[in-house]
Design a binder for this molecule. Structure first.
Ligand code: BGC
Ligand code: BGC
Length: 766
């Protein structure tokens, strides 16, 4: 029968009168659910929408037909938990969703405390006549980061440096387990922002400045949701955010204005969203920012025409925190703003506070005919579809089997691996690194050396994050201490006092302290602060070889200091598993990270991005390894090309194996404008599997690939070669894979007429 956890768990608690009452209430609520017949026909207790054997579309249509306007509006309403004037408002207003904003945790901020809170809200929602479960959302943006004791993974900028989409998928799956273990159904992640200006305080939420990395990292959507939404008890709904152009604002101003042409918007900011939609992302959050002066929250063309129409997004669109209030630039929201947002295509509104007002305004707009019943029905159907797909009607309560995965050793090991892979070695004079474990006297300093809060950054326990011992983990200093051999000693002084020439090496862990939206914008300078500069000068004065580890949410303006450092490691914001940084410093891991952002030579270069003609300190894609016979592209030497390399290690490692195969290529131009287009290519294989593939075709006209995802694409003349990415290297017999690219063209954009896969001619459908 449905809902075993809801039935069994209260039984164990019947020790107090309050528990008995709670159990009775739960049992009563469960009667309609448990009475659902396994197949078919409606009865008073078993209505079609309650029947899991019916198709989701049938269940949605049935449920919708039973709902009043108020019940529908309730489904479209999302409220911050702390804004609930009374918990019973969940039932009274038939609220569809509750969220925790950054740091909004139950008083008992443990995994169990969250699960208890969730189950309590869910019981209230299920007590309504139709018993529609709520969907609870949180920002699990680098692990389940509001929860004390959760595994905190590196922020996206570090994950972008790994160039490893499969690792990122696994991080999504691990995060989903922790989230599901607290009952929560939905994460407002991933941020698919393409951060174009490092002054922006959300740069670290971006996987990279070029759409290729955010696009490749949409594997995290599959990690969160699983191959099929609701296919397992740990499948949670993902959110691609913030649609669209959040990372492109002029000056890197948070919530600012992205003043670029449509071609550029499509070329830079759209590709990751397209990839997320192809992966079946269940929800998409709208950006606070504007596009050429118009708030995206009210932008019907972008939301309805492009996202839902052209991209074919069938999930639901959620607004950002109070985002509809901003449409008219005045504080508070009006009926006109509500109507504009809903008519633009927003399906669920993150109100998040004044939900009573929102509900009455939307009701009035519908009654006045300014928002149609059809639009409401569409919005509610989209929301209910995801609730059914997630299995919320069958499994409304926390599956406590997963509660203990929060902060588990297994997840921390995965996070440590991610930290190792995210380190980018930028300088290593005289091969100072890796340090021998028995090097002798090691001096460690810097405000980020022994601070879990600082190394985790914003969106950790609280919204803006904070310094200090905010959650369990391993600091970088602790990692160093755990790594060195018995012949070494580690001396630590935060500010660098006490060092002298008797030491063998100094390690300075400096950089930024936590920030998030708004507060993280740095319009004037990206330099090291005076604390760091003072610490560094104390270390330098000793004459001891100096390794600098930079803990920061973005490239910093270090050109005038770097010459006096012997080695430099960009650690980004690694999260709770600081051991991964020490693993790289002492050679337990040979660095593989590559810059996901161009590193400025001076602050005045902002914005600086790959291919813009400016000479940076370190190119996008730069990163050293130890004992490299062939170091990766040197600073400032690589020139931007049409070839797109999501990962250095992406070339097929295995040639075609197995027997003869035949192939079919479907080439589809997905959208096209003046001089640009986006194409999707799928490759189907029959006969034998293909392991490691290379697809070749020739453009018949003047077309150029400018950007690709899920494959490494190079072009010489009109000849195009696409090689598999790491995550789609093998195509099993009878199966297919796909990749996409963005191109420019002049004249006619005709599709290629022929294509070959590993030398075998394929049938081409266009
Ligand atoms: C942020 C979103 C976040 C939401 C909920 C907003 O301020 O822009 O990224 O998902 O708050 O916390
Ligand atoms: C919340 C965040 C939210 C922000 C928006 C904060 O109070 O905690 O989740 O993103 O407000 O301004």
């Amino acid at each position: 029968m449905p809902n075993p956890s809801g039935l069994t768990r209260p039984l164990r608690l019947l020790s107090t009168p309050r528990a008995i009452v709670a159990w009775l209430a739960a049992a009563l609520i469960l009667i309609p659910l448990t009475a659902v017949p396994r197949s078919g026909t409606a009865t008073a207790q078993g209505l079609p929408y309650q029947d899991p054997s019916l198709p989701v579309a049938t269940r949605v249509a049935d449920l919708l037909s039973r709902m009043t306007l108020d019940e529908k509006i309730g489904q479209m309403t999302q409220v911050e938990r702390s804004a609930l004037q009374s918990e019973s408002d969940i039932a009274t207003y038939r609220l569809g969703s509750i969220l925790s904003g950054g740091g909004s945790a139950p008083p008992n901020n443990t995994a169990t405390g969250w699960a208890d809170m969730y189950d309590n809200y869910q019981r209230i929602a299920l007590s309504t006549p139709l018993g529609i479960p709520i969907i609870y959302g949180v920002d699990a943006v680098h692990g389940h980061n509001n929860v004390w004791g959760a595994t905190i993974f590196p922020h996206n900028i570090g994950l972008g440096a790994t160039r490893d989409p499969e690792l990122v998928r696994r991080i999504g799956a691990a995060t989903a387990e922790e989230v599901a273990g607290t009952g929560v159904d939905w994460t407002f992640a991933p941020c698919l922002c393409v951060a174009r200006d490092d002054r922006w305080g959300r740069t670290y939420e971006s996987f990279g400045e070029d759409p290729e990395i955010p696009t490749a990292m949409t594997t995290i959507v599959t990690g969160f949701q699983g191959p099929v939404l609701g296919g397992s008890p740990t499948s949670i709904l993902a959110t691609a955010k913030h649609y669209i152009g959040d990372g492109g604002t002029t000056g890197g101003v948070d919530q600012g204005d992205t003043r670029i042409s449509e071609a550029e918007l499509r070329a830079i900011h759209l590709p990751p969203f397209r990839a997320a939609v192809e992966r079946g992302v269940g929800s998409i959050m709208i950006s606070f920012s504007s596009w050429n002066g118009q708030k995206v929250h009210g932008h019907r063309y972008l939301i309805t025409d492009v996202l839902k129409g052209e991209l074919g997004f069938t999930g639901f669109v959620v607004s950002d925190w109070g985002g509809i209030d901003q449409i008219d630039g005045q504080p508070g929201f009006t009926g006109a703003e509500v109507a504009q947002a809903i008519n633009a295509g927003i399906d669920m509104v993150m109100v998040p506070y004044d939900y009573r007002q929102f509900i009455s305004l939307l009701r009035a707009e519908v009654q006045a005919g300014r928002v149609s019943q059809e639009r409401i029905n569409d919005a509610v159907s989209r929301i209910l579809t995801k609730k059914f797909e997630l299995g919320l009607f069958e499994r409304p309560f926390t599956d406590r089997t997963y509660t203990s995965t929060v902060g588990s050793a297994e997840h921390r090991a995965l996070a440590r691996q991610a930290v190792r892979q995210s380190q980018v070695l930028l300088k290593n004079d005289g091969d100072l690194l890796p340090l021998p474990k028995n090097i002798g006297r090691i001096f460690v300093a810097g405000k980020n050396a022994d601070d879990i809060g600082n190394q985790s950054g914003g969106w950790t326990i609280s919204w803006q994050g904070s310094s200090g011992d905010i959650t369990p983990g391993t600091t970088i200093l602790e990692g160093i201490r755990a790594t060195v051999g018995s012949a070494s000693t580690v001396t630590y002084n935060r500010d660098g006092y006490g060092i002298d020439s008797s030491y063998d090496v100094a390690i300075a862990v400096v950089g930024e302290t936590p920030y998030a939206e708004g507060a993280g914008d740095r319009p004037n300078s990206l330099s090291l602060d005076s604390t760091d500069l003072a610490t560094l000068s104390r270390l330098q004065a000793s004459g001891v070889p100096l390794v600098v580890v930079l803990v920061s949410g973005r490239p910093l303006d270090i050109a005038s200091q770097i010459n006096s450092w012997d080695a430099l490691l960009a650690a980004w914001l690694p999260g709770t598993e600081g051991q991964g940084v020490a693993d790289v410093l002492f050679g337990d891991y040979n660095p593989t990270g590559r810059l996901p952002m161009t590193w400025m030579r001076s602050f005045s270069q902002q914005p600086i991005n790959r291919g813009d003609g400016q000479t940076p300190l370190f190119e996008y894609g730069f990163g050293l390894s130890y004992s490299d016979d062939e170091p990766s592209p040197g600073p400032t030497t690589a020139s931007p090309t049409a070839s797109v390399t999501p990962s250095e290690s992406n070339t097929p490692s295995t040639g075609p194996t197995g027997g003869p195969f035949s192939c079919t290529v479907n080439y589809r131009v997905n959208s096209q404008w003046n001089d640009g287009f986006v194409a999707d290519v799928s490759i189907g294989v029959t006969g034998a599997a293909v392991n490691g593939w290379e697809l070749r075709f020739t453009f018949p006209g003047n077309q150029r690939v400018t950007n690709a995802w899920n494959a490494v694409v190079t072009q010489t003349g009109s000849q195009v070669v696409a090689r598999n990415a790491d995550h789609n290297a093998s195509i099993p017999a009878g199966s297919s894979t796909s990749f996409g690219f963005l191109g420019s063209f002049s004249g006619t954009n005709s599709p290629p007429r022929s294509a070959s896969l590993n030398g075998v001619e394929c049938r081409v459908n266009t």
